[in-house]
Design a protein around this ligand. Sequence first.
Ligand SMILES: NC(=O)C1=CN([C@@H]2O[C@H](COP(=O)(O)OP(=O)(O)OC[C@H]3O[C@@H](n4cnc5c(N)ncnc54)[C@H](O)[C@@H]3O)[C@@H](O)[C@H]2O)C=CC1
Ligand SMILES: C[C@H](CCCC(C)(C)O)[C@H]1CC[C@H]2[C@@H]3[C@H](O)CC4=CC(=O)CC[C@]4(C)[C@H]3CC[C@]12C
Length: 422
Amino acid sequence: MLTVAASRNRSAPWPPALSLRASGQQTLLRVTGDWGRWQLATQVNQGLFPQLDMAGSEQAQKLVYLVTGGCGFLGEHVVRMLLQHEPRLRELRVFDLHLGPWLEELKTGPVQVTAIQGDVTQAHEVAAAVAGAHVVIHTAGLVDVFGRTSPETIHKVNVQGTQNVIEACVQTGTRFLVYTSSMEVVGPNIKGHPFYRGNEDTPYEAVHKHPYPCSKALAEQLVLEANGRKVCGGLPLVTCALRPTGIYGEGHQIMRDFYRQGLRMGGRLFRAIPASVEHGRVYVGNVAWMHVLVARELERRAALMGGQVYFCYDHSPYKSYEDFNMEFLGPCGLQLLGTRPLLPYWLLVLLAALNALLQWLLRPRLLSAPMLNPYTLAVANTTFTVSTDKAQRHFGYKPLFSWEESRTRTILWVQTTEGSAR
Ligand SMILES: NC(=O)C1=CN([C@@H]2O[C@H](COP(=O)(O)OP(=O)(O)OC[C@H]3O[C@@H](n4cnc5c(N)ncnc54)[C@H](O)[C@@H]3O)[C@@H](O)[C@H]2O)C=CC1
Ligand SMILES: C[C@H](CCCC(C)(C)O)[C@H]1CC[C@H]2[C@@H]3[C@H](O)CC4=CC(=O)CC[C@]4(C)[C@H]3CC[C@]12C
């Protein structure tokens, strides 16, 4: 009862002091002041007062989760997956700079869905959203490899934003933090070294120059180093990081861009990268499922999972970026022309450099940024595939969606959102 009141009425004025009694008899705790109240709420949430958890026999639905970036491509899937597959959920807080209208339809279900419009770079907004949550899933981030945003902004959102989330957990007593990292913290590196069927322990020379992978690597490091820090109330923070490879599925903006590009070119796309360059791809539903499982198991297996990184993987086939996209765009009427790249590689390098130069010269007037730049070309042209079972060993992960299901769902999404090219 008290936990609910504390977490739902953050802005309401509070009485100066609060006594907590179990079964109306014994006084368990007396607190004064705002932070004391949050600490109390947290201690109740953390199961320090099992009598209270049992009171009201709401044992099944007692957890409060916060998903930052919950209205993004991955975040929306995490939110929907939690509502479907986390029966212990009582409240789900969805924190995002831009809230999606689809959130409204979720508010009628049995779980309280709280939409919070906020900015991860604003420490006070993050702290208010985190207070009283058991678990934070931090997916918010600026995903920009096309040079649309300044390096400073990318750093601010991805690194400072993550630091704010960590500090909010520490201050408010939230113990479990799951961070959405990226394969990009490992590679591909600028030297073009292949990472072939690698796992979390595979040695690789990670060299980051581009603002996006730099920011993800720094943020991941902050999260992992925060594992074990004492949070308000004295218990240790348990953190871990998930590293998806290229995510695809319903809502994938780059897939939509390729589709539109193909339509503009009369249903044709031209091969730019050799078919032999393989990319790790993972279905968004399986990435979301991994987040749900990690969040669920982090408490029980804190010693094993705390401070760990996990690649996100499933049964999607290893293919080149373009051939993989054709698994979905082909059935929507597009054709990929050429068994070999249409243009020689040196010309692509030149075009990518030209794009970068133009972008720099026209800055900040450039409204849209081309997909081809030296960084995206290097990533697209370097094999990076993952083969691991660490997530299965540590927290029993098995993909929820088969490759066939993932493929079908993605095709349906392209067809229904954009219409068919046929
Ligand atoms: N898309 C991909 O292939 C991969 C993505 N990731 C990571 O997954 C996470 C989610 O990525 P996507 O869903 O693809 O991106 P997205 O851009 O669709 O979602 C990110 C969400 O974060 C929100 N956001 C951005 N700045 C914010 C701020 N200052 N305060 C609050 N919210 C803010 C955005 O509004 C958006 O809803 C990111 O952290 C990204 O680095 C990792 C590997 C691959
Ligand atoms: C845009 C690239 C493909 C176009 C190449 C061209 C112009 C020659 O046709 C994409 C190729 C690989 C993608 C990246 C990869 O999937 C890994 C990623 C992980 C993330 O965390 C964010 C997204 C991305 C960097 C992804 C971005 C697009 C590609 C570079």
